[in-house]
Design a protein around this ligand. Structure first.
Ligand SMILES: *Cc1c(COP(=O)(O)O)cnc(C)c1O
Length: 391
């Protein structure tokens, strides 16, 4: 079976993990701080906090920004549900901004209009959570200027985008110059893996301390933060209600080892993406499919290669590929139409661009260890299937 995505573990990864298992702390040793340092070096962000998932990191970012019951936070409907759920973890209200059909990211013009309307009604969001869909950056210069104008905080959900580049200057995604927080995931389908795992990056020391407090039970050993007399080296104080969102040293050792190969992973993904563009251009010119915009090639981390069908029955195309041992996928069903979000009042027609995209999209296999022969096989089968399932 050719899956839509797959991790790559080599002997150096295995050795790094075994070394921790045999010789060191399993958790709260030196590996987690070393991984955090490596992440800041890679991205040029000031601070990183490694945690047990990106979902936890998103929750921590919301907590650290003080998002609570009376607040509203906006995000995109085309993402994994965790991006919106972290807002609900804090009891705040969720609203969405429609996507641009070309980038599949939040549309800056739609954002601008929604902000203008919200300002008139005195209902501005406290924060905006952006997703760099499939690994392709949102237009962060325009969006961060807009958010600054209306005093809206920014969280970049960069779970697809570790190793990708910003549009303005091709700097690495994650440096936090456009956002209060940038979030990465190390789930096995993402750019690098720690099995489960995630990280939160920020340039603001106070925000880091807040997030770190919530990640560790609300407990501190920092004498500066403790109240009253500190009795001895064993002393700690719980200052707020927190969680156990720590990453283990076993996971961090794997992360350090994987991060060394990140750029080579992205290079391989770009090469495969370019080959898909070349091989499928003809189908696009026949209006059988829509490819991602070609400008993405130089910037995206290519977490996903998501195309859009044009009139074909998606289930039939999916099943025909599966019969040839090719497992496509769908990223994503629009979040606002999930039953949970429909119960909150969202309905079909609310975000037309997102809904049109979600209805037709199909993710073709793309991962760093995919061979040219495997990709050629996928291309050949996909072309066959489309010719047998015309519009
Ligand atoms: C994978 C993913 C998440 C969740 O990541 P976990 O590490 O599995 O919690 C959140 N947002 C997006 C956009 C993702 O792709």
């Amino acid at each position: 079976m050719i899956p839509y995505g797959k991790h790559h573990i080599d002997q150096t990864d295995i050795d790094a993990v075994v070394d921790v298992l045999q010789n060191q702390y399993l958790t709260q040793g030196q590996q987690v701080p070393a991984f955090e340092k490596a992440l800041t070096e890679y991205t040029s962000a000031n601070y990183a906090l490694a945690v047990n998932s990106a979902t936890s990191a998103l929750h921590l970012a919301c907590l650290a920004l003080g998002i609570t019951k009376s607040d509203v936070v906006w995000t995109t409907p085309i993402t994994f549900v965790a991006t919106a759920n972290c807002i609900r973890f804090c009891q705040a209200d969720v609203d969405f901004v429609d996507i641009n059909p070309s980038s599949r990211n939040i549309c800056p013009q739609a954002l601008k209009e929604k902000l203008q309307q919200a300002a008139q009604k005195n209902k501005l969001p406290k924060a905006l959570i952006l997703v760099h869909f499939a690994g392709f950056s949102c237009d962060m210069q325009v969006i961060s200027d807009l958010c600054q104008q209306y005093n809206v905080k920014i969280i970049e959900d960069a779970c697809h985008a570790l190793g990708g580049l910003y549009l303005a200057d091709k700097s690495k995604i994650g440096h936090c110059k456009y956002a209060d927080f940038v979030i990465f995931s190390f789930h096995p389908v993402k750019s690098i893996t720690t099995a489960e795992g995630g990280a939160l990056l920020t340039n603001d020391k106070h925000l880091l301390k807040q997030a770190s407090l919530y990640a560790k039970h609300g407990v501190t050993r920092d004498a500066d933060l403790m109240q009253g007399e500190v009795e001895g080296p064993w002393s700690y104080q719980q200052l707020t209600l927190g969680y156990n969102y720590r990453m283990s040293d076993v996971q961090a050792a794997l992360g350090i080892s994987q991060l060394i190969r990140l750029d080579s992973f992205i290079q391989q993904r770009r090469l495969l993406a370019q080959r898909y563009f070349d091989a499928l251009a003809q189908l696009e010119s026949q209006s059988l499919i829509k490819l991602p915009s070609a400008e993405q090639l130089d910037f995206s981390a290519w977490h996903l290669f998501a195309i859009e069908l044009n009139g074909q029955n998606r289930l039939e195309v999916y099943n025909a590929l599966l019969a040839h041992k090719i497992q496509a996928n769908v990223h994503y069903s629009a979040v606002h139409l999930q039953p949970y979000y429909q119960q909150l009042g969202f309905k079909s027609g609310d975000f037309p661009n997102a809904e049109a995209y979600a209805k037709n999209t199909l993710t073709l296999p793309l991962y760093q260890t995919m061979t040219i022969a495997e990709q050629d096989y996928v291309i050949e089968q996909f072309k066959d299937v489309l010719c047998q399932n015309p519009q």
